[in-house]
Design a protein around this ligand. Structure first.
Ligand code: ZN
Ligand code: ZN
Length: 222
């Protein structure tokens, strides 16, 4: 058991919520006003929304009740780092900086439905076995990601390539890792839902600066 882990070190797998009681966490939906993708000219995908109001999931200020994780998955915007300013009171976000240079759109037949269907998800605490960092464990975790669950939240990220750059572009402080979501998904096996959510062999890492309310999306190839 990880009894000596603080809450901030605990990692959770993002799985389908099989309970009838809502967890407050959900995949998809349109409960936030998100920026428009400058390439697709439509609102970005609200991918995952994490309820951080009750559980001592993170040491966040009380004004942060939920954290939306989003990006446009139908164009080249998610190929590079993106930074957004989040307004937790009005449930909206604006673009601060997008580093991508290429302008490409997904082919029509590969486009991911927008908005994504709303599916209740739950956070299942990762076992100590799933918090190891040896090569065999990392290989196993990457094979489970996208097959057994769509991503991990809180705790330490499972790194595909390089350490994350967690420097906030606004204050220079260290951002907090929030979650990672894989683009190499089989929604049929994870959610038992007929949703096409494959957006490439890419891992999106989401981090937040709780001082500036800057949300960063950092992609890595897997
Ligand atoms: Zn787009
Ligand atoms: Zn900051």
């Amino acid at each position: 058991m990880n009894s000596n882990l603080s809450n901030q070190d605990r990692g959770y797998k993002i799985v389908k919520n099989k309970s009838k009681t809502s967890s407050g966490h959900f995949f998809g939906g349109t409960t936030w006003t998100l920026p428009e993708s400058k390439i697709c000219k439509e609102s970005m995908h609200q991918i995952l929304t994490l309820n951080v109001s009750e559980a001592a999931l993170m040491k966040l200020e009380n004004r942060i009740a939920e954290i939306p994780l989003f990006s446009c998955l139908n164009c080249s915007l998610f190929w590079d780092n993106q930074h957004f300013k989040v307004d937790f009171i009005n449930k909206s976000a604006t673009i601060l900086q997008q580093d991508q240079e290429e302008i490409e759109q997904q082919d029509e037949e590969d486009r991911i439905v927008n908005p994504l269907p709303l599916i209740s998800v739950a956070l299942r605490e990762a076992s100590s076995r799933d918090n190891q960092t040896d090569d065999d464990t990392i290989d196993r975790l990457f094979s489970e990601l996208g097959t057994d669950y769509i991503g991990r939240a809180f705790g330490k990220p499972i790194i595909a390539q390089d350490a994350l750059d967690l420097t906030c572009i606004s204050c220079g402080g260290e951002m907090q890792f929030i979650a990672q979501i894989t683009g190499d998904n089989d929604m049929e096996s994870i959610f038992n839902e007929d949703v096409d959510f494959f957006f490439g062999e890419t891992m999106l890492y989401f981090s937040l600066c709780p001082c500036c309310d800057v949300l960063k999306v950092e992609p890595q190839a897997i």
